[in-house]
Design a protein around this ligand. Structure first.
Ligand SMILES: [Zn+2]
Ligand SMILES: [Zn+2]
Length: 85
């Protein structure tokens, strides 16, 4: 058993409303061992660790304006989330 002391390379998503297709929890980042070089196999959603797709809970999210549900739909049909800055 080898202990890795180096920090994993995580790819963070600009969209803060992505959720894991397996467990439905928010996904903050994605771990790709090929890019990380950590020697692990298989990519993962983080922090839940599932190997599953991601779905945006916010249908109107834009990279420029963030959640636009209030403007576009007149309501926000998903849980609020802190926008990344
Ligand atoms: Zn998950
Ligand atoms: Zn939204």
């Amino acid at each position: 058993m080898r202990t890795y002391t180096r920090t994993h390379v995580h790819i963070t998503f600009a969209n803060p409303y992505l959720t894991c297709d397996r467990c439905g929890l928010w996904v903050d980042a994605w771990h790709n061992p090929d890019q990380c070089g950590c020697g692990e196999t298989g990519w993962q959603n983080l922090p839940c660790g599932h190997q599953a797709g991601v779905t945006s809970k916010c249908a109107s999210w834009s990279p420029v304006d963030g959640c636009r549900c209030a403007e576009v739909l007149g309501e926000v049909p998903h849980e609020p989330r802190q926008e990344k800055t």
